[in-house]
Design a binder for this molecule. Structure first.
Ligand SMILES: Nc1ncnc2c1ncn2[C@@H]1O[C@H](COP(=O)(O)OP(=O)(O)OP(=O)(O)O)[C@@H](O)[C@H]1O
Length: 666
């Protein structure tokens, strides 16, 4: 603890175990304002009334975080690490949060606490307890603790960055959140709380403002400032703490009743209600009124904001006055409500508005999404089955069929359309790039821009005489002829018309099996750079790629026996693989590593733009293929040998899609 006083940049020493649970005696009488009284507002509630004890209330409103000075532009730790300070991220009652970048470019959030605000022993113990508890946790839905250090003025808690704010901001923007989305949130939250409780940690400050979105829009519980570890399951805590709107009735009972894990279950009920209805159930201007309502569980469901009966039933149980009547963490997910439409993930678009089509997610698809979300939240670990076995049973059972937008005919999967960019799918392995590949992404981005510029120029010059330079040699390009989207588990699998088969795995890496060869390529993706290629023999694959190879082989068999091809086979002219794909309701777009763009439209016509936008290929539903200079097609208004419905409109759509990519990358 003396560390907090020491001068500059010493990493904090670990706490001795005894310090952690000595707060049983910190009984705060109920009449005193509860810690974090200021947060009564939780920004969606009106501010607390100032009628009683105006002096005291005023004093409480001064945030300790105001004492926090902006950290220097470079924070150097004792163990030699430099962090470059970035933007201000947000502020709580106690801390301010800033971006911090390490020397490899990885960005974190640094929760920064002013030493001036930790003058007394109690605050110091609390901070050290927060650090010790948070440091001991590792779960997919808990903000990851990275490091902790200090300088002369601040203590820094370095955390995984959650750049998409919290559920509180989401609700502020959206006013109410749809039931399918809340189902998804609840599973992730329940997974994290189940994990905490299994380690005898009670969070005690669960609220919308403490549940953040990570870059992939997964929820992460943060702020362990009020968390406590119970020495045994039967121990009870007596400290009155929490945020008024979220406080459980037994906490308000203070000394007389004590509280335990069920306070977190209560808070889950409050959050579920708040998300579905738009405000917490016991909200009032005056904190004492909130407490009175909580003690009598006095709340209702407003008629003008209808929610399902099964949602009400779950909320009612979660908000049981008697903690032992509340469902256990394990029981929550067996409620009927979770059988409703369940999305595969949360989309970034949800931050601004209700995504469409959520209510149309089929029962089978919902069940699958629910199970996957539970698994990802650590709620049950499937038996250690071979991934190929899992794939086989998934692909051949009735349920998951619905989730696969089969090859070129994605029927009822509109709500799944989204951009899938390997850079956002996972942290790529850090590797040394060979010089051959290190400029690949830059090169592709340049081709993308050039393709857009050429298409735009040709569109404007279609009434002028043809420049021979615009007439490229028009051989048919390498195309994706079959595909299976299994990105909710493994990745995106495809077969090309040269019969090479690839899987773009969810970590961004690709395995490409070359047709008529014993060789396969492991293409390791590196953010901002490109790919490193390792060539291997399929008959003697390295151990670490064996499972992936099995998956590729499985997909290969599956595609061969189940899907039809887009076009006839071509000889391999080049080694090419899928860079990334984008799905919209109108088309799926493939960006290939030779710079070509393939668009499969929902009317089963496919168009590929090659030669940096100078050549265009049409593949008809009957697999007839023709490639021409784009300028000719623009002049004639359609392809010569077989008409393409709404040909010029399709080309305009393609140009716009490429434009979006071009300007996103540069
Ligand atoms: N991991 C993170 N990534 C991005 N921003 C974060 C992260 N953690 C915290 N923040 C931002 O910093 C603010 C303050 O963080 P936090 O809530 O942990 O601090 P606090 O002072 O303990 O809060 P409280 O008022 O709840 O006690 C948050 O509201 C949020 O805007």
């Amino acid at each position: 603890m003396s560390n907090l006083r020491t001068q500059s940049l010493q990493p904090l020493q670990p706490l001795s175990g005894g310090q952690l649970n000595n707060r049983v005696n910190n009984v705060t009488p109920i009449k005193q304002p509860v810690r974090r009284l200021k947060e009564n507002v939780e920004t969606i509630a009106p501010p607390p009334s100032n009628t009683a004890k105006p002096q005291q209330q005023k004093k409480k409103k001064e945030k300790l975080s105001a004492l926090c000075k902006t950290p220097p532009s470079i924070v150097r730790t004792r163990n030699g690490r430099d962090y470059r300070r970035g933007n201000f991220l947000g502020e709580g009652g106690f801390a301010r949060c800033f971006q911090m970048k390490d020397s490899s470019g990885q960005i974190y959030a640094a929760k920064t606490v002013a030493k001036a605000s930790i003058k007394n022993e109690k605050t110091k113990t609390k901070l050290l307890s927060e650090i010790k508890i948070h440091k001991s946790l590792k779960h997919a839905n808990i903000v990851n603790f990275i490091d902790c250090f200090e300088d002369d003025v601040n203590v820094y808690i370095l955390l995984e960055i959650c750049p998409n704010q919290s559920l509180m901001e989401l609700l502020k923007t959206r006013k109410r959140v749809s039931e399918p989305e809340v189902r998804f949130f609840m599973v992730q939250i329940v997974g994290a709380i189940k994990y905490l409780h299994s380690r005898r940690v009670i969070h005690r400050d669960l609220k919308l403002g403490n549940i953040f979105f990570d870059p992939d829009m997964n929820l992460k519980i943060g702020d362990f400032g009020l968390a406590t570890v119970l020495p045994s399951n039967s121990t009870r805590k007596y400290t009155i703490c929490g945020t008024p709107n979220y406080i459980a009735p037994e906490v308000l009972g203070g000394k007389n009743t004590g509280h335990s894990f069920e306070v977190d279950v209560w808070a889950i009920g409050i959050m579920m209600y708040a998300l579905l209805v738009g405000k917490p159930p016991f909200q009032a201007k005056d904190v004492q009124v909130i407490y009175e309502r909580i003690k009598k569980t006095e709340y209702g469901f407003p008629e003008d904001k209808p929610i399902s009966d099964s949602a009400k039933a779950l909320i009612k149980d979660l908000l049981s006055l008697n903690p032992i009547h509340r469902p256990t963490i394990d029981e929550i997910l067996s409620y009927e409500w979770f059988k409703g439409p369940f999305p595969e993930k949360t989309h970034e678009l949800s931050l601004n508005g209700t995504p469409s089509g959520l209510d149309q997610i089929s029962l089978a698809q919902s069940a699958l999404n629910f199970n996957n979300t539970k698994t990802n939240a650590g709620i049950y670990t499937p038996k250690n089955r071979n991934p190929v076995e899992i794939l086989r049973s998934d692909l051949h059972s009735e349920q998951p069929r619905a989730m696969l937008p089969q090859s070129l005919s994605p029927n009822d999967t509109k709500n799944k359309y989204e951009e899938v960019d390997p850079t956002s799918l996972g942290r790529p392995r850090k590797i040394n790039l060979s010089s051959n590949y290190s400029t690949t992404l830059k090169r592709l981005n340049n081709i993308c821009l050039e393709t857009y510029q050429n298409m735009r120029r040709l569109q404007y010059s279609q009434h002028e005489s043809i420049d021979v330079m615009e007439l490229p040699r028009c051989e048919n390009p390498t195309l994706i002829s079959k595909w299976v989207d299994y990105s909710n588990k493994y990745g995106f699998s495809y077969q090309m018309n040269n019969d090479d088969i690839g899987v773009l795995f969810n970590d961004g890496n690709t395995l490409l099996k070359l047709h008529n060869s014993d060789r396969f390529l492991e293409l390791i993706y590196h953010e901002n750079e490109g790919w490193t290629c390792i060539e291997n023999s399929s008959s003697h694959p390295p151990t670490q790629t064996r499972r992936q190879l099995e998956i590729v082989d499985f997909f290969a068999k599956y595609m061969n026996s189940n899907l039809s091809k887009v076009s006839e086979n071509e000889e391999r002219k080049e080694t090419v693989f899928l860079r990334r794909y984008t799905r919209t309701p109108e088309y799926i777009m493939f960006e290939m590593t030779n710079g070509n763009f393939q668009f499969n439209f929902k009317d089963h016509h496919k168009i590929c733009v090659s030669k940096n936008g100078l050549a265009i290929t049409h593949i008809s539903p009957s697999r007839a293929i023709q490639t021409h200079p784009l300028i000719l097609i623009l002049k004639q208004g359609n392809f010569p040998s077989e008409e393409v419905p709404e040909c010029l409109e399709k080309i305009a759509v393609i140009k716009d899609a490429i434009k979006k990519k071009a300007f996103k990358e540069t």
